[in-house]
Write a new protein. Structure first.
Lengths: 132, 201
């Protein structure tokens, strides 16, 4: 069991809103590898069932990690699924936490990767998982 | 690992239904989904094979109300029961807070129950969890088949096979009719919440 302080969550929320939602990302969900939702934000145009999404995302990430090991990789640290209108980008913040963004065609993948990498660096700087 | 979100005032709890293939894990969740429709805001997520067997997991989030101002969200998962899917079972067990082991009461399933139970123990050990410490409830499912003349193992035999050392709560049940499905869940939730409280103190 673990928790995150109010201050840490506020800071993560600020970063997500300013650096990701602010540049056109439709929805951002931070989940842990057990499928728990840590933070969620959207621009008001999406309607994703976040708890189911988080469970599937964590399962998907774990499955792809297992595939990585089968081909001799330690991990695939980012995953990307391309849709016609919406695409999903997954990246690892640390061993326990994933950052998932849902975005449309108006945001380029390269730009999104740049922004998520920046956000992850900033979150890592302040993140401290508190084990009880 | 349960997750306490102080900002949203919520506690997320992961309960996993484990057990041999075709034992009724998904049927338990189906029953809960139908019974508590008003509390379940989302559709049950199932990743199945074409033959309707669970391939990855089923997922069902249930809100059970508030404790000291915190919303308690119980996230129910099943694992795929088929022997060949152990890698997937391990993935689903990640971060588990409480377990329900669904055993099949049919005589012919005796060995499968025992081997699935032993594998669950091994999987927990591989993720540094101790089966004597994790909240666990046993469910001896399919007792309704007894009425149709199917030979059943009986409560005492199943206790001796699975529960002689652990002595955790156990229920005879029928996931198809709903008998003791909710009692199993309630017990698993209450054990898990007590264990959370102990961790926090």
């Amino acid at each position: 069991m673990y928790g995150v302080t109010q201050e840490q969550l506020d800071k993560i929320d600020e970063l997500i809103v300013s650096d990701l939602i602010g540049v056109g990302v439709h929805s951002v969900i931070v989940v842990d590898v057990a499928g728990n939702v840590i933070a969620e934000h959207d621009n008001g145009t999406t309607n994703i069932e976040v708890h189911a999404f988080a469970a599937l995302a964590a399962g998907n990430f774990a499955a792809v990690d297992a595939m990585a090991q089968l081909v001799g990789e330690q991990e695939f640290s980012l995953h990307f699924h391309k849709g016609e209108d919406e695409s999903i980008h997954f990246s690892k913040i640390n061993d326990d936490i994933l950052l998932i963004t849902v975005f449309g065609n108006d945001v380029s993948l390269g730009f999104l990767r740049l922004k998520t990498a920046e956000v992850i660096d900033k979150i890592k700087e302040m993140w401290q998982t508190t084990e009880y | 690992m349960g997750f306490v979100n102080v900002k949203k005032q919520e506690v997320l709890v992961k309960l996993v239904y484990y057990g041999p293939g075709r034992g009724g894990k998904t049927t338990n969740l189906d029953y809960i989904n139908n019974k508590f429709k008003e509390r379940i805001k989302t559709d049950m997520v199932s990743i199945k094979t074409h033959g309707d067997r669970t391939l990855f997991f089923d997922f069902l989030p249930v809100d059970i109300g508030k404790i000291k101002g915190f919303d308690i969200k119980i996230q129910l998962y099943t694992v795929p029961g088929q022997v060949k899917y152990n890698a997937t079972r391990k993935l689903v067990l990640k971060g588990v807070d409480g377990l329900v082991f669904v055993a099949d009461s049919q005589v012919e399933m005796r060995e499968k129950n025992i081997s699935s139970f032993n594998q669950m123990k091994e999987n927990l050990v591989s993720m540094n969890k101790d089966i004597t410490k994790i909240p666990l409830v046993l469910q001896y499912n399919k007792i309704d088949l007894g009425e149709q003349g199917v030979p059943l193992l009986g409560f005492d035999t199943m206790e001796a096979d699975l529960n002689s050392e652990l002595k955790v709560p156990s229920f005879e049940a029928s996931a198809v009719t709903g008998y003791n499905v909710v009692n199993t869940l309630k017990k698993a939730i209450s054990l898990t919440m007590v264990s959370f409280k102990q961790e926090l103190l």
